[in-house]
Design a protein around this ligand. Structure first.
Ligand SMILES: Nc1ncnc2c1ncn2[C@@H]1O[C@H](COP(=O)(O)OP(=O)(O)OP(=O)(O)O)[C@@H](O)[C@H]1O
Ligand SMILES: [Mg+2]
Length: 500
């Protein structure tokens, strides 16, 4: 074993009576990338919390180059050479890129911060990474991809010996992902030990040297990546996973359910779009292509020009309530800002919007609410299934399922819009979610979902519309589409890390 490796031994952690990690062993050698895989709720983020000092394990040790890290504070762990990049950023938005890179570890001359050295050093770190980000730019003004790379620059400033990334690409476009993976690979090649968590198995095959699979907090597989492909990894994560049948296209003529004419808003348009009843339409495009803006303006979250009709009935501009009563609903992409009500329980997160419909004689129908929640838990396999758990203590992927599950029982649903519905959702749960959407479509609900994964568009949709710079540039039946032509149509000439 390499003496400067990261070595985790017998790590255990429970919350109350639920055991989240059971005697986990794991090693990451300098110069290699270990993928940490597992279904939603398997314990990956908890393990990372134990490495970073944010969570204290009940038992076990974490050693870096022989030095014990358990018991150190997150700041001490970082100084010992272990940096973590979380999916939800640890950068401070209203501060500049330079200030973020040196936050808590400023370059000083005497008692004063040496701003000019910091700026020069930041420029060096950024240009080493090949990033054309202005060091004086506010972090808030950067794209998600650029923020992720600034996090890496920060880790480099700390001269990280171990870099841990928890779903770094969940919110990135294809091209931003490529840039990020290149940097991670380069860091590994320069001798950094990398632990990498992702639900996107194609990038695991691309970047990992070895894999550890966790299920229910137990290591069920550990070994080299050789001999694995995305299918075998999926089987290791979700045994018994059955393949999804591609969505069938019926031959009968169907009436137009959603009709958008000349729709323009900030960031998208003009767009003309028709979706038939029971049709599943993918809005494919890179991050910043205008998909989110288009979805949000159609449900009335932002102002627009142009018309949106459901079954011939025009929707007024800017009224979400009217959109919902016409049967048009949106599952937002960013569960942190648009989705989860953190102080509420998992069940409340799903049933709250339906309480009025369920209420009889003005009273809450707790039995009906419980039945509704149980149906959603079953349809999406939410773990743990317990009604009373706080939404904030669910794993990332299970929170995403709650946001989705909220709209599955909606009364009068005619058109369901979903923004990146499978971000952070594990392979097994994806298939369950796809099946739920297929069955909604079979009940004649129309579905429009934004995605930046071409394989997802082809698998799930009847028809694919590609967006580029706010407009529709391609409209093709999924059965006739291939990944390369979708990516080609969606390609923008912009620098991938500029805000688009
Ligand atoms: N603070 C907490 N209190 C109670 N339970 C928790 C807490 N934090 C995590 N858990 C539970 O621990 C388990 C593991 O969660 P964790 O976030 O580590 O999963 P994960 O593997 O990262 O999943 P995902 O792929 O969805 O991100 C889950 O069942 C979760 O509900
Ligand atoms: Mg997680």
């Amino acid at each position: 074993m390499n003496p400067s490796a990261l070595v985790v031994n017998g790590l255990s952690k429970s919350y109350g009576r639920s055991r989240v990690l059971s005697a986990v062993d794991l090693t990451v050698d300098p110069g290699s990338v270990r993928a940490l895989l597992g279904p939603n709720g398997a314990g990956k983020s908890t393990l990372i919390g134990c490495l970073s000092g944010a969570t204290s394990p009940d038992a076990g040790s974490v050693r870096l180059g022989g030095v014990e890290l358990v018991g150190e504070t997150p700041a001490q762990v970082r100084r010992s050479g272990l940096s973590v990049i979380y999916q939800s950023f640890s950068l401070v938005g209203p501060m500049s890129v330079v200030d973020n890179i040196f936050l808590g570890d400023e370059l000083c001359r005497g008692p004063f911060i040496d701003r000019s050295s910091q700026r020069t050093e930041a420029q060096r770190l950024l240009s080493d990474l090949g990033i054309s980000v202005n060091p004086d730019a506010m972090v808030d003004d950067l794209s998600v991809g650029a923020k992720q790379l600034v996090e890496i620059a920060k880790a480099e400033h700390h001269q990280a010996k171990v870099l841990v990334l928890d779903e770094p690409t969940a919110a990135l476009s294809d091209r931003e992902t490529t840039v990020l993976l290149d940097h991670v690979r380069r860091l590994a090649d320069s001798g950094v030990a990398v632990l990498y968590v992702s639900h996107r198995l194609n990038e695991i095959v691309e970047i990992a040297d070895c894999v550890t699979v966790l299920r229910d907090g137990v290591v069920v597989e550990a070994g080299p990546i050789q001999g694995h492909n995305t299918d075998s990894l999926a089987a290791a994560i979700s045994p018994g996973l059955t393949e999804l049948a591609a969505t069938e296209v019926g031959s009968e003529r169907r009436s137009t359910r959603l009709r958008a004419r000349g729709v323009s808003c900030t960031g998208a348009g003009p767009v003309d779009l028709e979706v038939a009843e029971g049709e599943i339409l993918a809005l494919f495009g890179l991050l910043g292509a205008g998909r989110t803006e288009l979805l949000e303006t159609m449900v009335g979250l932002t102002s627009r020009t142009g018309s949106v009709e459901i079954d011939g009935q025009a929707l007024p501009v800017g009224s979400i309530r009217k959109a919902i009563s016409a049967g048009l609903m949106l599952v937002p992409g960013d569960r942190k800002t648009g989705g989860i009500f953190e102080p509420f329980t998992a069940a409340e997160n799903v049933v709250l919007p339906h309480q009025k419909t369920l209420a009889g004689n003005g009273f809450r129908q707790t039995d009906a609410e419980a039945r509704m929640y149980s149906r959603v838990v079953e349809a999406l396999n939410i773990q743990p299934a317990n009604h009373g758990i706080l939404a904030s203590s669910l794993s990332g992927g299970n929170q995403q399922k709650l946001v989705l599950g909220r709209w599955l029982p909606a009364e009068g649903l005619r058109v369901l819009l979903l923004d990146e519905p499978t971000q952070g959702v594990d392979v097994g749960a994806r298939v369950e979610l796809y099946r739920s959407l297929q069955s909604l479509a079979a009940d004649r609900v129309s579905i429009v979902f934004a995605t930046s994964e071409p394989e997802e568009a082809i698998l799930l949709a009847h028809r694919i519309v590609v967006m580029y710079q706010g407009e529709i540039v391609m409209d093709v039946m999924a059965a006739e589409a291939d990944e390369a032509s979708l990516l080609h149509a969606a390609q923008t000439p912009l620098n991938p890390i500029e805000r688009s």
